[in-house]
Design a protein around this ligand. Structure first.
Ligand code: NI
Length: 169
């Protein structure tokens, strides 16, 4: 946080299925794995393209949540399915060591493309929907602290959730 590249609107990927795109995705996957993240957007590694990855087998913050499938999403589009918002705790690899309570749409549809150009379209809710909104915000230069309604709900992970090991988005 503080790097101006995180505040810019990323450009659409113009050509799918290229070695350059695959190299970017591999770099992002390596970074996400090394940092124990639940998702990552290309601007977080300094690349201003509309590419996000996410996925997680299980999450201690959401013990009842469905697992989120490992997904590469290029040029994503999000459409909320209704007006309902839900507050939930988020972290971010670009804001290390912190958590904040963020309102997100509870249900949405998202579409986009995988690395080879295959179409992806899913209707999701809950934690899956939250992760997608968090990652796609990165493509528009938005970090989760900008969405916190009450900054009293923002703090250090080890103070808010002592003793817990949590993944970052
Ligand atoms: Ni993030």
């Amino acid at each position: 946080m503080g790097d101006p590249r995180l505040l810019q609107v990323a450009r659409p990927v113009e050509r799918l299925g290229t070695p350059e795109l695959q190299a970017l995705i591999t770099d992002m996957e390596d970074t996400m794995r090394a940092l124990n993240g639940a998702g990552l957007a290309a601007p977080q590694i300094g690349v201003g393209l509309r590419v996000v990855i996410f996925g997680m087998a299980a999450n201690p913050r959401y013990p009842d949540a469905e697992p989120v499938p490992r997904t590469v999403l290029v040029n994503p589009v999000i459409t909320p399915l209704d007006e309902e918002l839900e507050e939930g705790w988020e972290g971010c690899l670009s804001v290390p060591g912190m958590r904040g309570l963020v309102p997100r749409h509870l249900r949405l549809r998202y579409s986009g493309f995988d690395a080879e150009g295959g179409a992806i379209e899913r209707s999701v809710e809950g934690f899956h929907a939250r992760v997608v909104q968090h990652e796609c915000d990165h493509l528009d230069g938005v970090l989760y602290p900008m969405r916190i309604r009450d900054l009293r709900n923002f703090g250090f992970t080890e103070v808010l959730f002592p003793g817990q090991i949590l993944e970052d988005d």
